[in-house]
Design a protein around this ligand. Structure first.
Ligand SMILES: [Zn+2]
Length: 225
């Protein structure tokens, strides 16, 4: 084996340890992806789906396996209406410092649930809280998963004012952007999930962004553009 062969095989091994991580897509055309995490939610997700149906818009939903089990009808609706489904783990635990076997099970179980409901295309992954470390990296690489992050954060899960959410989006958006929003959230005792501000922001966005020349695409459509 020459040094060059050795370097190449080492490079391949190294590449195999890390998944492809996507924050945005480098394109010149004004295409962007709206993405929604943590759902489905029986109220808010259906309201969003109604809006997208009326306006002919396709988006991407990163759903948790535990929510899929509770809301199969909504997932079927998403698939039937042409939205993209992504894997957001099964139980939405922080994957940092978790064992490889646990991480693998979290991802594979959610994939299985999505396949059972009819998802045929590649299923990309978004880590809970946007966090993961080496153990998850090698699991994701071995499962051949693309990790979809975002370059337009909105912090909508902490926001009651849709104008604040909109300002954050207008400030950061550019061609190829991936915008992260939340159609549901993590249930906490005594705290009701409320995504009205997100919905109000989306209502404005789907009017305003096309006026600025933007078109909405799913994450995979952006990647494959
Ligand atoms: Zn999440």
């Amino acid at each position: 084996m020459t040094i060059r062969d050795y370097a190449e095989s080492f490079g391949e091994k190294l590449m195999g340890m890390f998944p492809k991580i996507i924050y945005k897509v480098r394109i010149k055309d004004k295409l962007v992806a709206l993405t929604f995490d943590d759902g489905p939610h029986p109220l808010f997700t259906n309201e969003l789906l109604d809006l997208f149906e009326e306006n002919g818009i396709k988006t991407t939903f990163f759903v948790t396996g535990s929510s899929i089990e509770k809301h199969k009808k909504i997932i079927s609706r998403m698939i039937a209406e042409g939205h993209e489904l992504g894997n957001h783990s099964y139980s939405h635990k922080n994957l940092i410092f978790k064992k490889k076997s646990m991480i693998k099970e979290e991802i594979e179980k959610t994939d299985r649930l999505l396949r059972e409901l009819g998802v045929k295309s590649d299923i990309h992954f978004r880590p809970p809280f946007g966090r993961f470390l080496f153990a998850a990296s090698s699991v994701l690489a071995s499962l051949n998963k693309k990790v979809i992050m975002w370059n337009v954060p909105t912090r909508d899960f902490k926001e009651n004012d849709s104008n604040v959410i909109l300002k954050r989006i207008y400030k950061r958006i550019k061609p190829g952007s991936i915008i992260v929003l939340h159609d549901s959230g993590i249930e906490r005792p005594g705290k009701k999930i409320d995504r009205q501000a997100t919905i109000n922001a989306v209502k404005v966005l789907i009017e305003e962004l096309p006026k600025r020349g933007y078109k909405f695409k799913t994450v995979s459509e952006l990647i494959n553009y």
